[in-house]
Design a protein around this ligand. Sequence first.
Ligand code: SF4
Ligand code: SF4
Length: 351
Amino acid sequence: MGVDLRFIPTAAKRVLDRKAFYAQLVVTDACNLRCAYCDEYLADAPLVGLDALRRRVDRLDELGALVFDFLGGEPLLHPGLAELVAHAKSKRGGSNLATVITNGFLLTRENVRALSAAKLDFMQVSVDTLEPTELSQKAVRPLLPKLRLLAEEARFKVEIQTVLSERSVEEYADFRQALEGLPFSFGFSLRHEPGGRIAIRGRRYLELLERHGVFEGVNFYGEHLREMLLGDDSRPWKCLAGSKFLYINAAGEAQWCGQQRGWRIPLETLDLDGLAANDEHKPCESGCVIGCARMVSHTLGEPLRTLGASLSLAGQSLRARPAEPVGQGAAVFRSPCPERDQTGERSGQGR
Ligand code: SF4
Ligand code: SF4
């Protein structure tokens, strides 16, 4: 399944207009796992009602959103997830994008088929290590049967997203070998401190990313990532969170992103003037590695690069075959954010 070509001109309009482009919606703060480093789930948190979620999708669509990420906690805990995806895909003739970000442990043949039938575009499965660790349960070995099931049943693209850690440097080649033959793409994100600032540095990470071609997938800010990994956060950029990128928490409030909660406003009261008011520099830009917000900000903030990438995306969509694995660079607008984005020390995590 390729990106609908009608998506591209509408996405291009977002470069010039005042509307939103990309929205993340938390469907529940609850999670089936208990990763030690994570402070972004609430044990026994309620599911957000399906009607309320539908209304949030409606409002985000009115505000212009073209990409909907459904996330948690763990979104597969929500029995209405496929219906919600179908609701999002009922907008704009289905030319928008719907993605789910999950730890994958609750995947079943039934829910994969339901999400396929709902026309889900992408699923991002967060897998950090080969074996479970003290900090993260999101490991290849226990998840492998679910990933094989996904390979058999999914009619959407799947990306295995790994938060870069010291362990990645040691074992990533084995990690990839364990997943060899599965028709998935692979991505990384960088561990951050509370507040979104990069928490790992070092040439060895850079070399790992280059060895596995990950910079192709973040071509809009790959240079920034290189510099930040080497300790230089000085390159200026403008964060479009709260303007082109929105994070909607379980209570239905819009935030800049999952890491910044200073600005919060009920989604139903947010309008185009409110979006425009957030089209300004943020105090937390230096060293920020919130990949999804950065991808959107660089994509829409640098129109010439966007045009080139969009043409490339169009070419890839035309060439794509249904069962074809997706390369790093193939889906410029896929979600670059992992579910609970980070792994590592207890002090630093978050989407
Ligand atoms: S990191 Fe993800 S899977 Fe682990 S507890 Fe947090 S939300 Fe759940
Ligand atoms: S710069 Fe933007 S994405 Fe990064 S932490 Fe601040 S508000 Fe969030």
